[in-house]
Write a protein that binds this ligand. Sequence first.
Ligand code: 7PJ
Length: 276
Amino acid sequence: MGVLNVTPDSFSDGGGLFLRDAPDLSLIEATAQRMVAAGAAIIDVGGESTRPGAAAVSVDEELRRVMPVVERLLGLDTIVSVDTCKPAVARAALAAGCHLINDVTGLAEPAMLDAVADSSAAVCIMHMQGEPRTMQSDPSYENVVSEVAAFFVERVMACRNAGIDMARICIDPGFGFGKTMAHNLELLRNLESVRMAELPLVVGLSRKSMLGAITGRHAHERMAASVAAALLAVQNGANIVRVHDVAPTVDALKVLQAFAPVGCMESWSTAGVSGS
Ligand code: 7PJ
């Protein structure tokens, strides 16, 4: 899953896809096309920064940023994902034909459940403790692994009650979302313990601050650290990795796949490797 931020204030790519306060559609399409050519199967479009302390964005502003991009990307041969927790944005994106709603609040808003249920699209349920503005102030858990696993059970049940079939759901432990370094490490080491049935596990570690804390590097210098983290995530069971640097990640995963024991990466494929 390649990350395509259409925010003027994203911490990891600094709003480079904006032209005088509006999304630069030609540049955005070219960027997405490059990710697809490099092996991304999904492009995740986000119009609201969820980094710790980021300002909230209005519905109108998020629609203005995201919708032209979604419409443009639907012309490409890729799965179009929209990273939003706003029902109005999800409804508009789904009406336009987007394939996946990626909600960092795990469909916390009841209207989000209905928006997804009324479509045939897939959904990614991510775990977060607290809310973006304050989530990193003092995250605390008795047992982060079992609490994240219990959250997935509760949210998947809510989805099913709303009429969203299991086959449409993937889950994500939400690295860095209301989690200390120790919590993130605990989750990564025990990724299989948060798996629920056959649901695909999504992991996003790309350029995150835990990699900055480990390497001492700024967001735009974390590519090698991010590739290493993606490899670890896949080795530990991730089925989808959400990354900014698609080409180097796909190369690393091809090497992992070539050397991995037969059968241990059955649920993993990249467009470049398998053609699927
Ligand atoms: C994630 C996300 C993640 C999913 C962001 C960033 C912050 N969606 N959206 N998983 N992170 N599913 O990219 O650093 O980890 S925004």
